[in-house]
Design a binder for this molecule. Structure first.
Ligand SMILES: NC(=O)c1ccc[n+]([C@@H]2O[C@H](COP(=O)([O-])OP(=O)(O)OC[C@H]3O[C@@H](n4cnc5c(N)ncnc54)[C@H](O)[C@@H]3O)[C@@H](O)[C@H]2O)c1
Length: 380
């Protein structure tokens, strides 16, 4: 199978590695060919490390690398069966590339986007043949994160989602099918993990260290919200939140945090700038500014319950709206953002009535829409 990948940045090169590893011929194109050179050099190092660790043989490493063709012209994509676009997150620029691509590939070629936040339906509507267009959303780093959200738009032909689903399985991925809503599954239902944590800090209720500790110890999360934001990049996380907020017509549930905006303005972006909520100037391990993070169980429990209740409520609302089936909702958070369990399962474990009571208390205290419950929560 011939796969075309447009954009050889962080995501494009990772997806190329995944496709080539499963035996596809890959054509990799970037408007900036120096980027492709740099990414291919990086891939060589990644493959060498896999050989060293005896994860793959020298021979298969060479085969994987040789299956990726460095394309300097989009016209190299003429025999592709599937094209995955992973360029800059800008609708106008993506649309231009798709229109150019439609003149090159055959009518049977499937065209897809790895966009995190642009509506698949709106991208497809700009194509001559929108029925062949679909979202295929990988997570970063693509070779390591198993989840892939497959997103048919309103104009996507029937069966295409099922075909891409099977293809992703054959690439060793764990696909889920998501509705074309802002944030798809993960970037929508995981928002309160960051948002509610930021709010607790803004209100001086707890420090980032205390919150991270509570989520790790009571929730078994590998990373707390602040460590994770530092890893993702505070600017990136902030921009996803802003997009989701605007796309849901400014639903107060998704209101971005002023603290996060200030951090982004100050270029305290996390690991990539050496400082975020933690300090990375001496090592990649987050170093706390406040050493003393002892806290009593009551505070720890309150932090955990507030964040987990918001998350479970989002998952229940996604279920109610049919954004994905239950199984996919559960898989999405476990395989896309490493949650220790699915949020619906968590609701059962804690008790949906307890989740509902927590949100009711918050709603009464703050009188804010932010804490409104999914109509399904009380029926669970
Ligand atoms: N980085 C992530 O964590 C992540 C995760 C999932 C999805 N995504 C999505 O994947 C896409 C790519 O993100 P990224 O992080 O890999 O970006 P990136 O900046 O690392 O790479 C983008 C590449 O696209 C190239 N490019 C820009 N305009 C082009 C054009 N007109 N034609 C050809 N190439 C062009 C750039 O030269 C650059 O190399 C975005 O849509 C993003 O939303 C990113």
């Amino acid at each position: 199978m011939n796969i075309g990948i447009i954009g050889s940045g962080t995501m494009g090169i990772g997806i190329a590695q995944v496709a080539a590893t499963s035996g596809c011929e890959v054509f990799l194109y970037d408007a900036n060919s120096a980027q492709t050179e740099k990414s291919l050099e990086g891939l060589q190092k990644v493959l060498a490390r896999l050989v060293e660790k005896q994860k793959i043989t020298q021979e298969s490493s060479e085969n994987i690398f040789n299956r990726i063709k460095f394309s300097t012209e989009l016209s190299d994509f003429k025999d592709c069966d599937l094209v995955i676009e992973a360029i800059v997150e800008n609708k106008e620029i993506k649309t231009k590339v798709f229109q150019q691509l439609e003149e090159i590939v055959s009518d049977e070629c499937v065209i897809s986007s790895n966009t995190s936040s642009i509506s698949i339906t709106s991208l497809s509507a700009e194509l001559k043949n929108p029925a062949r267009f679909i979202g295929i959303h990988f997570f970063n780093p693509a070779p390591l994160m198993p989840l892939v959200e497959v997103i048919p738009g309103l104009l996507t032909k029937e069966n295409l989602a099922a075909e891409i689903y099977s293809l992703m399985e054959s690439w060793g991925k764990i696909p889920v099918i998501a509705k074309d809503v802002s944030g798809f599954i993960v970037n929508r239902i995981a928002r309160p993990f960051y948002g509610e944590a930021l709010r607790l800090v803004e209100e001086n209720i707890a420090t980032p260290e205390q919150i991270d500790e509570a989520m790790r110890s009571l929730g078994n999360f590998k990373m707390g919200p602040f460590e994770l934001m530092d890893l993702i990049g505070i600017d990136i996380n902030f921009s996803v939140t802003k997009t989701v907020y605007a796309d849901y017509f400014y639903d107060p549930k998704y209101k971005p945090s002023l603290l996060q905006q200030r951090m982004a303005e100050a270029k305290l972006l996390g690991r990539k700038t050496g400082k975020g909520f933690y300090d990375y100037s001496e090592s990649q391990e987050p170093r706390s500014k406040n050493k003393d993070i002892e806290q009593n169980n009551e505070v720890r429990e309150m932090i955990f319950m507030r964040i987990i209740s918001m998350l479970v409520n989002e998952a229940v609302e996604a279920k109610r709206l049919g954004i994905a089936n239950d199984e996919d909702l559960e898989l999405a958070v476990q395989k896309g953002v490493n949650y220790p369990k699915g949020l619906l399962a968590w609701g059962i474990e804690i008790g949906f009535d307890k989740i509902s009571a927590t949100l009711q208390n918050l709603y009464e205290e703050y009188q804010e829409e932010r804490y409104r419950q999914s109509p399904l929560l009380k029926k669970m």
